[in-house]
Design a protein around this ligand. Sequence first.
Ligand code: PGA
Length: 253
Amino acid sequence: MKQKQLIIGNWKMNPRSILEAQKLFDSIAKEVEALQKTDTVLCPPFVFLSDFSSRNKKVVLGAQNVSSEDEGAFTGEISAGMLKSFSVKYVLVGHSERRAMGETDEMIAKKVSAVVKAGMIAVLCVGEKERDTESAFLQTLKEQIVSSLGGVPERSLKNVVIAYEPVWAIGNNATGVVDPSSLLEIIIFIRKVLSDIYSQKSAHSMKILYGGSVDEKNAGSFMNEGSANGLLVGRASIQAKKFVEIVKIAENI
Ligand code: PGA
């Protein structure tokens, strides 16, 4: 059977208030309710999770970050167990904006393990800061993947999704967007890296998403020509109309 597409909205530090957040959540939820072939995940800021945990069963909840520790003296941190108790199913790990705040591959590996052990799905974000003509950036991707999955046994791979997000294509400072044919090659490369660590079968069954300046105009090309199993959407996920359009495109792939 064909895998379901996975569309994840990363709201980052938006919107400004719970009222705006509820409005955004509800307008997305009512549109995606009837869809069958797409999993829609929203990752709001932590403080909105409690309100959303019982709001709509069709929209799956995700978190934008997690602590690598279970409990204790870690001011400001939130554990995987806490997220799980608010019905969170997906957790973004190693987003480039967090790496820019100092998160290392070692910390990311611990976070991936914590999420997987708690029975949730880690969305491991990887991506190069810039492209070079000799394709040395592929080595960066490989190192990020190999080091982050160190603590994940093959049997737990169903709890990991990879999101390829080139840093230069993300957010308001993006200098471009990935060309779908290049995305196809990179996804093949990522599957090869995964099959070297685990097995071809596991590598083939893992979901690989694309993220970086996704909008309703380019979304289809990443999933069709680019072969992505879904998308990680930033800016367009805080505009209900655009995000719903993207989810509907995924539904018709
Ligand atoms: P963007 O962000 O869609 O706004 O480029 C993507 C992301 O940071 O996950």
